[in-house]
Write a protein of this length. Structure first.
Lengths: 329, 333
């Protein structure tokens, strides 16, 4: 189950407002019903009043909760849809933040990722690629092309100094890489994210959910370990914080796994040769799979279920309003 | 255009008249207390209180709109647009553009040869939506600016940022063609075309134009050549990008027409002599028509759900309704 817009849950505060207004209304009328009806009918009046008030409150809460859940756009399950796309476009988002210089994988996260990226480009025949590099900002340095020579010429020069921005923003990276896809051509789209998962800004999961909506699986290729290491610059010195201590960076493996899991992609540990092979096989099979079956499995939004609950609760609310006071008057 | 994914739910709208009937029917049976009661003075409110009457009508409408909006949301409202997509990309085109200082000659109004070429190329790109178009520029050196891509916005942006003399003073036609050939050497089996646009004679670079054209011919790449400029002394003005100083002078050299003809002929291309901007444009139009291939397209309907907007309206109206009914009017359930 994926909640596409969890920010909407903040609207649940509306239920508190509903409860407060209802309680005020209850005590307000409890007093005056006796004045209207007289003490001798007190119990009858109170019984009807409590019944109607209580169920009205419950139904109002069900109504508003259902609306909020519908607004949160919850998805679960997959459904098959016809897909006649042929060939594959791959947008590569490549992390060049300073943490990629950490050497917790040999020879460094950056060098390891460059090697894997090179293999991907060399081994996938007939695919088109775009290449986006990112730190705090993201720039597409190669647009969607089948000119592999051009991409190959860039890879050896990937280094943190190629972008002036600071930090690391996976959300911007995924968004920018997605924009490099060509919307005018009917091809399957896949996003490849090479990163250590360290995201100091942005909400990467939000971008992943958008990729899911657009039927773009994100394959994440993790560089680095959860144990982490210090960051060694090209001159041999270590990156230090303001206190003069060496900065230690840890790869955010759970985040990368989550991004691939949400979008139906594959998580790959760049240090494991068999994992890279499996990822390449999976990428190669993407095009073949589509040709063979012509079926794409897309996530199913379930907002209508909650809208239906809200609708029924409104109908019952109307009915409760019609419960007769006749016996009391 | 507003459409519905599950239009069968619109039948629920038939419940609306039924609701009014039931409301009237049940009212007569005593489902509601039909008098207003002022809780402060403990007196029945008399009729004719305009504000309360108006508010009651407004609230009835609000309640009604909540029900109708929910029915519409159940029907899955989407804004749909139709779009034509190409089933496969077209041909690969590499534009090889001269950016030597002579391209600033002012015989192509309103500015110069280079600006006119840039303008014509932009129009050409607009007509080749599914073709992968790349850009190589040359002067003393030659570089690939954009690999063949269908991302034409990227291409336009790079084209816009070109400046005369960024690559020095000279005309390396052979290098320009060679780099274009290198980057057209892709795995795709689509037609490949080079459009060479120059106003000078080859005087720089390690590769001779005829040799580069020979390689192109072997790779079945067609070269269209366009010689730009008029005969005679042409004034030029340009800003040197390195020294930031304005350079002025007169150009009397023209392009090597024989060479351009040979290059085109050797690769089954066509040579054009563009002596003014309209001829240049005609040349590009001709290339556009020569390189027309069958395009397979399909119309897809893209949808954007608007259920969130409607649900947000339901949420806000619902809260206001509850507050006004139970809070302000202090309505008895």
């Amino acid at each position: 189950m994926i909640v596409m817009d969890p920010g909407m849950f903040r609207l649940m505060i509306g239920n508190l407002f509903v409860i407060l207004v209802s309680i005020w209304n209850y005590y307000h009328w409890k007093k005056y019903l006796i004045r209207i009806g007289g003490h001798w009918r007190r119990h009858t009046l109170e019984n009807v009043h409590v019944f109607k008030w209580f169920f009205s409150l419950i139904l109002a809460l069900i109504f508003f909760t259902s609306i909020v859940l519908a607004l949160a756009d919850i998805h679960w399950g997959k459904k098959p849809v016809r897909d006649d796309r042929v060939n594959v476009d791959i947008a590569i988002a490549f992390d060049v933040s300073q943490s990629m210089l950490a050497d917790d994988v040999y020879p460094s996260r950056l060098a390891r990722s460059m090697e894997v990226a090179g293999r991907v480009i060399n081994e996938l025949q007939g695919y088109r690629f775009s290449f986006t590099v990112f730190k705090g900002s993201a720039v597409t340095i190669v647009p969607m092309t089948d000119d592999k020579n051009h991409i190959r010429s860039f890879i050896p020069h990937l280094y943190p100094s190629m972008l002036s921005s600071r930090g690391s923003n996976l959300e911007t990276a995924l968004t920018r890489a997605y924009e490099s896809f060509d919307a005018n051509i009917n091809r399957k789209k896949i996003l490849l994210l090479f990163s250590d998962g360290e995201s100091l800004d942005g909400t990467p999961v939000k971008a992943a959910k958008q990729a899911l909506v657009n039927n773009v699986p994100v394959f994440t290729i993790a560089a680095g370990t959860s144990g982490g290491s210090t960051i060694r610059l090209s001159d041999g010195s270590l990156v230090q914080n303001e206190a003069g201590n060496a900065v230690k960076t840890k790869a955010n493996i759970p985040l990368l796994k989550k991004i691939s899991s949400i979008t139906g992609g594959v998580f790959t540990d760049s240090t494991k040769v068999y994992a890279i092979e499996a990822m390449l096989d999976k990428l190669k099979s993407e095009a073949e799979y589509e040709k063979q079956t012509g079926v794409l499995f897309v996530s199913v939004p379930r907002y209508r279920l909650f809208v239906l609950i809200a609708f029924v609760s409104v109908l019952v609310l109307i009915t409760i309003r019609k419960i007769r006071w006749k016996d009391a008057y | 255009m507003l459409t519905f994914e599950y239009p069968q739910y619109l039948f629920l709208l038939l419940l609306v008249p039924l609701y009014f009937v039931l409301k009237r029917f049940l009212k007569l049976k005593g489902g509601e207390l039909t008098f207003s009661f002022n809780s402060a003075s403990c007196q029945i409110v008399r009729k004719g209180r305009g504000f309360i009457n108006i508010l009651t009508v407004v609230l009835d409408c609000a309640g009604f709109s909540i029900i109708v909006l929910l029915m519409l949301v159940l029907a899955g409202p989407v804004m749909s647009t139709r779009k034509t997509v190409y089933l496969e990309k077209g041909i690969d085109i590499m534009i090889v553009l001269d950016e030597s200082p002579t391209m600033s000659a002012r015989d192509f109004p309103p500015v110069n040869r280079f600006e006119t070429a840039r303008d014509v190329i932009n129009r050409f790109i607009s007509n080749r939506l599914n073709d992968a178009i790349g850009l190589v520029t040359f002067a003393k050196d030659a570089v690939l600016r954009v690999p063949p891509t269908t991302d034409h916005e990227f291409l336009r942006e790079k084209l816009k940022n070109l400046r005369i003399m960024d690559l020095g003073n000279g005309t390396a036609i052979g290098m320009g063609i060679a780099i274009a050939v290198l980057h057209l050497n892709t795995e795709s089996d689509t037609n490949k075309v080079i459009i060479l646009l120059t106003d000078g004679q080859n005087n720089a670079g390690e590769i001779l134009p005829r040799k580069a054209a020979d390689i192109a011919r072997k790779m079945k790449i067609k070269i269209y050549t366009i010689g730009v400029g008029t005969e005679g002394d042409i004034p030029y003005v340009l800003l040197n990008p390195e020294t930031k100083t304005e350079m002025k002078g007169v150009i009397s050299d023209s392009f090597d027409e024989d060479l351009l003809e040979d290059l085109a002929e050797a690769t089954n291309g066509v040579y054009f002599h563009a002596s003014n901007s309209s001829v240049l444009q005609t040349g590009f139009r001709a290339i556009d028509s020569f390189e027309t291939i069958e395009k397979h397209t399909k119309v897809v309907t893209q949808t954007k759900s608007i259920h969130k907007e409607l649900l947000m309206a339901v949420f806000i109206i619902g809260l206001l309704y509850l507050f006004l009914r139970k809070g302000v009017l202090a309505e008895l359930v």
